[in-house]
Design a protein around this ligand. Structure first.
Ligand code: NAP
Length: 253
């Protein structure tokens, strides 16, 4: 039921972690995938893995904060396959820093990648989607997006960026609905990726993290990818402007 045959998908920040998992999952479902990240070398390895599984993919270097690179990434998809059906805005950073020591440069870097990058990629992809009168944009937010229970110390700039992603998602969903372009966000809790390495390796930090999660475990990237696949597929055809939480019960607790 959840298949993406003949669909073209772009995934940012896909050299590792959840982005890589989303790329593998969408390719497995039949999509042709643009695997994009700052390091093209690592993207090529993901492409090789997709090809080994008989999927189709290309590796494209793209720093999501650079408008020209973002436009080239979308152009690469259109030149290769003629269209863009799915964009997964996934690239992100999470720097731990006490608020009182946070510099303007650190604030700007986080907001540039985690929010401006989403805007640039969504705008470039939406220009194609509006022409086609169809498309799906999925923005990866976080439980630290500002909903009850989502606030966290030491990552104020990250929380602000993810709150912005949810607001961006809702406003964009309203503006693009007349063009049959759906826009949704996913808010993961603690997922086992390199970004969350500190929580996984330090027993004290891990215990603090697990204490917040009723299911008492971190999530796996593939569990989030299953949700990405659902939101990218026609099975979610009436869902737009939503933020879907996937957190083992964190925000409910
Ligand atoms: P990850 O393993 O660190 O992957 C993020 C990828 O984005 C990295 O390959 C990173 O490259 C890339 N990236 C950073 N800046 C970029 C830029 N300017 N342009 C293009 N790519 C860039 O992290 P992850 O855990 O998979 O996170 C994926 C998304 O999920 C992020 O938006 C994150 O905020 C969100 N999220 C994660 C968790 C979690 O628990 N893991 C929870 C909630 C939300 P470099 O390594 O070179 O920086």
């Amino acid at each position: 039921m959840l298949e993406l045959k003949n669909k073209i998908a772009i995934i940012t920040g896909a050299r590792r972690g959840m982005g890589k998992s989303h790329a593998l999952k969408l390719a497995e479902a039949g999509a042709k995938v643009v695997v994009s990240d700052i390091s093209q070398e690592d993207c090529r390895k993901v492409v090789d893995e997709i090809k080994k599984n008989k999927g189709e993919a290309i590796a494209v270097k793209c720093d999501v904060t650079k408008k020209e690179e973002v436009e080239n990434m979308v152009k690469a998809a259109v030149e290769k396959w003629g269209k863009v059906d799915i964009l997964v805005n996934n690239a992100g950073i999470c720097q731990f820093k006490p608020f009182l020591e946070l510099t303007v440069e650190e604030w700007d870097r986080t907001l540039d990648i985690n929010l401006k990058g989403y805007f640039l990629c969504a705008q470039a992809a939406a220009k194609e989607m509006v022409k086609q009168k169809s498309g799906v944009i999925i923005n990866i937010a976080s439980v630290e997006m500002g909903q009850v229970g989502g606030g966290m110390p030491m990552i104020v700039h990250y929380c602000a960026s993810k709150g912005g992603v949810v607001a961006l998602t809702e406003a964009l969903a309203v503006e693009l609905a007349p063009y049959n372009v759906r826009v949704n966000a996913i808010s993961p809790g603690a997922i086992e990726t390199p970004m969350a390495e500190a929580s996984q390796k330090d027993p004290k930090l891990l215990e603090q993290t697990l204490a917040k999660i009723p299911m008492r475990r971190m999530g796996q990237p593939e569990e989030v990818s299953n949700l990405v696949l659902f939101l990218a597929s026609g099975q979610s055809s009436y869902i737009t402007g939503s933020t879907v939480v996937i957190d083992g019960g964190w925000l409910a607790g």
